[in-house]
Design a protein around this ligand. Structure first.
Ligand code: 0O2
Length: 229
């Protein structure tokens, strides 16, 4: 019973956006994308292992871990559909592979800001990794205060009968950046808030982002002092 209700809700949500023909196209398309989604999952495994190896080797050499946490996710079908619609793209596997680069996503939460750039460099130096796009929201934060380093990279995955190049988005953040982004995401990101609330909260959220950036800088300086002593 509960199962029926939730699929009914989903269906009605989709019907709000699509007419019957395009709804059917989207549903068929999601069924046909199972194989591609599995390839993205393999790509996440490849990249995650690379970071686990880097963390292991760094901790052996320096007696501390540059990585605090690794999270990963496959973009949800709803989010893929919304992005295709936003970009005015057809529901095809080619359109996804060629235009949507964050289907496979990893978030590397680091201890210090320096660790972010060190790990990003280590990843990009690996000869099976190709950099596709780099957005440095740490050097140039978004107007709301969002900070993070985003890389889109291409990594090969080796299947039974072929090698396939897959794109993966890697977001690097410190614990402080993650703290701000998680709370901002819960409160405001992609929410339809009234302009009054937006006006009242924008400045305060941006001040919190600056405080978190200040905290990162202080912690980095303390670490540098200890290492130089
Ligand atoms: P989710 O739920 O994390 O998957 P492009 O891909 O270049 O066409 P896009 O997607 O805006 O453009 O890329 P961008 O700027 O690199 O940001 C993508 C992701 O960064 C988002 O993913 C968020 O995870 C994160 N992000 C970006 N801006 C903000 C922000 O202002 N606040 C928070 N909390 N997170 C942000 P998704 O797919 O939008 O969402």
């Amino acid at each position: 019973m509960a199962q029926t209700e939730s699929s009914d809700t989903l269906r009605s949500k989709l019907t709000d956006i699509f007419d019957d023909a395009s709804l059917e196209t989207f549903q068929k398309f999601m069924i046909s994308s199972k194989d591609l989604m599995s390839c993205y999952r393999c790509a996440i495994m490849e990249i995650e292992t690379k970071f686990r190896v880097l963390d292991e080797r760094f901790s052996l050499a320096h007696d501390r871990n540059p990585i605090d946490d690794i999270q990963s996710r496959l973009k949800s079908p709803e989010s893929i559909r919304d992005k295709l619609l936003r970009k005015n793209l057809p529901f095809t596997l080619e359109a996804i592979e060629e235009n949507i680069f964050d289907i496979a996503g990893l978030r590397i939460v680091c201890s210090f800001v320096d660790d972010i750039y060190m790990l990003a460099d280590c990843l990009l130096q690996q000869d099976d990794i190709t950099l596709i796009k780099r957005k440095d929201y740490i050097e140039k934060p978004k107007v709301n205060g969002y900070r993070s380093l985003h890389l889109i990279v291409e990594v090969p995955i080796f299947l039974q009968d072929q090698k396939k190049l897959m794109k993966v988005e890697v977001q690097f953040r410190t614990i402080a950046m993650e703290f701000w982004a998680n709370l901002e995401h819960q409160l405001r990101y992609k929410k339809n808030l009234s302009s009054d609330i937006i006006e009242k909260t924008t400045e305060r959220l941006s001040r919190c982002a600056k405080l978190s950036a200040h905290l990162d800088m202080q912690m980095q300086e303390i670490k540098d002092m200890i290492e130089e002593a």
